[in-house]
Design a protein around this ligand. Structure first.
Ligand SMILES: *[C@@H]1O[C@H](CO)[C@@H](O)[C@H](O)[C@H]1NC(C)=O
Ligand SMILES: *[C@@H]1O[C@H](CO)[C@@H](O)[C@H](O)[C@H]1NC(C)=O
Ligand SMILES: *[C@@H]1O[C@H](CO)[C@@H](O)[C@H](O)[C@H]1NC(C)=O
Ligand SMILES: *[C@@H]1O[C@H](CO)[C@@H](O)[C@H](O)[C@H]1NC(C)=O
Ligand SMILES: *[C@@H]1O[C@H](CO)[C@@H](O)[C@H](O)[C@H]1NC(C)=O
Ligand SMILES: *[C@@H]1O[C@H](CO)[C@@H](O)[C@H](O)[C@H]1NC(C)=O
Ligand SMILES: *[C@@H]1O[C@H](CO)[C@@H](O)[C@H](O)[C@H]1NC(C)=O
Length: 565
């Protein structure tokens, strides 16, 4: 009964999704046509005294990303980069015969999963592993012979408020396994989602190599009443237009703008996201259809749920995240239970105050970190935001609780950042900010940096993380008691535009790199990926309040572990 209702709600959601997809597609097509105009001709709009210069660039789609600037690496960092890139290599999809059609691409409606019986027979017990086999087929119903589909798997029981993420293994022959830990007793339902077909991943990969500038940025230059706006990026196509070089001297992070015609490079007053250029062929767009082949559930060929019996005598608890590919936690009764040895405490407004008494908490990153600042601001009755006259979306923000001597700050990470109008004076790199902290047992450093890097080559993200890591190592050397907490990426709602600019596939790949770069350091991770994926609420770039509370409870548990006051 319940299942039927869920299915119906799900189908209705899909209709909505299709409707919104169409609406979005129309606006993107309009946008697309505008972009073609803008990039084909050099145009100068005169709006008051503001001139927007858009240099003539090649629209040949096959330009290699050679126009991105990668800062040079030490031999050690270069080796690490090679190993990181190898570790995230995605299976190649065979080239499809032209003209491309959907027929031979992965179709969730023709694909299914099956729960494999317990090895050696018998029933499932808490602490066992459950294995699910997933067989993918194309739109003609033919089994796929190659891997590379992006699948997500979740085990859940909504009545128990329980959920855990499964580990997906690609057998590279069209079949996949999803392996789950079984942390709770009772019913457990399997959910398998095709996020992208392997063919869609191939397109996403190609977009990054050919159009790393498909999200572009701009800066306003001003002197007296005269102003000009130019395009900026770390991937700036070479033109006859000279460049302004804003490479950060301390971190070496590169950033460039086309030089304004009349004004000097020093006249740059802000940074903002420009627009989005899209160069997808019509057939390629068909690879990203909500309700068809973009984030669609697979059917089970057989039962989709199992009953888990109590733990067998003498059997160990559910394996922790130290076990390869095990989950980092799971929900039970709506509460996150971490498997890495941390006990997650439940904080209310007054225990948050007690925990943060005498501390300074510095948060750096994107809007998903800003959500945490906002949470603390709302939760602590005596924490008052100090008016720095910042733009609401941009920051920086500062909040003070004089009575309890608490300071909380937020600052966005340096470019590339898709925020509107960040003043040049407020463009800071996380590494430099961390270098500016004394640190100590009363200092908490929190950062999250991922979503604004999706459209760029991985090398740019790797370098950014390496510079941040160097700063974290310096901080922990000079002040070993400092608490450092890193937020991972998380899955989000995807339509065509979101996919091209910020797909979960881009996030997943970056997330793997993030975890590897900070592995072995005395830092704590908040596994936003699993917390969002394991939850029954829909995936969202900005997760909903219950998930934010989960993240904050873990964050505060790292700062104030049980029995330490
Ligand atoms: C020109 O500038 C004035 C004053 O700053 C502003 O009110 C007006 O909207 C601007 N016009 C355009 C077309 O942007
Ligand atoms: C998956 O496909 C293979 C090969 O066609 C078949 O042997 C196997 O039974 C299928 N497994 C499931 C779980 O459907
Ligand atoms: C694919 O590979 C897996 C693991 O090697 C194997 O169990 C499965 O039978 C294979 N499936 C097909 C369809 O060949
Ligand atoms: C930009 O400036 C940096 C730092 O001064 C320098 O190393 C780099 O070569 C410059 N790049 C270009 C393209 O001028
Ligand atoms: C699966 O779920 C259905 C409906 O909730 C229930 O009737 C059935 O007993 C469950 N099966 C197992 C094996 O738990
Ligand atoms: C907050 O939690 C603490 C400890 O669990 C409890 O003693 C206190 O009554 C709670 N305060 C409120 C306002 O709920
Ligand atoms: C407690 O915190 C919540 C946010 O978590 C906030 O909405 C609420 O107003 C706070 N209550 C008090 C008494 O400050």
């Amino acid at each position: 009964m319940k299942t039927t209702m869920d299915t119906r709600a799900c189908i209705r959601r899909e209709y909505f999704a299709i409707f919104f997809f169409l609406a979005a597609a129309v606006s993107i097509i309009v946008l697309h046509n505008m972009e073609v105009l803008e990039t084909t001709f050099q145009i100068q709009h005169k709006v008051n005294s503001t001139t927007i210069i858009v240099p003539r660039v090649s629209t040949v789609p096959d330009v290699h990303r050679g126009f991105c600037t990668f800062q040079p690496l030490s031999p050690k960092d270069a080796l690490e980069e090679r190993l990181l890139l190898d570790s995230i290599a995605w299976p190649k999809t065979p080239v499809l015969p032209a003209p491309l059609s959907l027929e031979k691409t992965s179709d969730p409606a023709h694909s299914s999963f099956t729960i494999l019986p317990v090895r050696g027979g018998g029933q499932w017990h808490v602490g066992d592993q459950l294995e699910v086999r997933i067989n993918m087929s194309d739109f003609q119903g033919r089994p796929k012979k190659s891997g590379g589909d992006f699948l997500l798997a979740r085990l859940h029981n909504q009545k128990l408020g329980a959920g855990v993420v499964g580990h997906v293994v690609d057998h590279l022959n069209g079949s996949y396994s999803a392996v789950f830990s079984l942390p709770w007793e009772g019913d457990a339902q399997v959910e398998v989602t095709l996020v992208h077909s392997s063919e869609a991943v191939t397109v996403l990969n190609r977009l990054t190599s050919e159009q790393p500038d498909r999200i572009y940025f701009k800066s306003l230059f001003r002197s007296a009443s005269f102003s000009e706006t130019t395009i900026c990026n770390v991937c700036l196509r070479p033109t006859k237009q000279p460049l302004c070089n804003y490479t950060d001297l301390r971190t070496g992070e590169p950033w460039f703008c086309y030089k304004p015609k009349k004004l000097s490079c020093d006249a740059r007053i802000n940074h903002a996201m420009g627009k989005y250029k899209q160069n997808l062929r019509a057939i390629e767009k068909k690879l990203f259809q909500s309700g068809v082949n973009l984030k669609v559930y697979l059917q089970a060929s057989g039962p989709a749920n199992v009953t888990v019996l109590p733990k067998k005598k003498g059997q160990s608890e559910v394996k922790s995240s130290s076990v390869k590919s095990g989950p980092s936690g799971y929900y039970y009764q709506g509460v996150w239970r971490a498997l890495g040895g941390t006990t997650v405490r439940q904080f209310n407004n007054s225990t948050i105050s007690q925990c943060l008494k005498g501390k300074e908490v510095h948060m750096y990153g994107d809007s998903t970190i800003r959500q945490w600042f906002e949470y603390l601001n709302a939760a602590l009755p005596d924490l008052k935001e100090f008016n720095l006259h910042s733009l609401k979306q941009v920051g920086p923000f500062m909040a003070l609780d004089y009575a309890n001597n608490i300071l909380v700050t937020f600052r966005c990470h340096g470019p590339p950042i898709r925020f509107p109008k960040v003043p040049t004076s407020e463009l800071r790199y996380i590494a430099n900010e961390i270098d500016g902290l004394t640190g100590g047992t009363n200092t908490v450093v929190v950062f999250g940096i991922w979503s604004h890097f999706s459209t760029f080559p991985m090398e740019i993200y790797i370098r950014r993380l390496q510079t941040i890591r160097r700063a974290v190592v310096r901080l922990l050397d000079r002040a070993p008691g400092t608490v450092v907490i890193i937020r991972t990426a998380n899955p989000k709602a995807l339509m065509l535009y979101e996919t091209i600019t910020n797909s979960d596939w881009y996030s997943l790949q970056r997330d793997k790199v993030l975890r590897a770069v900070f592995k072995g350091l005395k830092v704590h991770l908040i596994d936003a990926w699993e917390m969002v994926l394991a939850h029954h609420l829909p995936h969202s770039l900005h997760p909903q309040p219950p998930i934010i509370k989960t993240m904050m409870d873990l964050l505060l548990s790292y700062i104030c572990p049980k029995n330490s006051g």
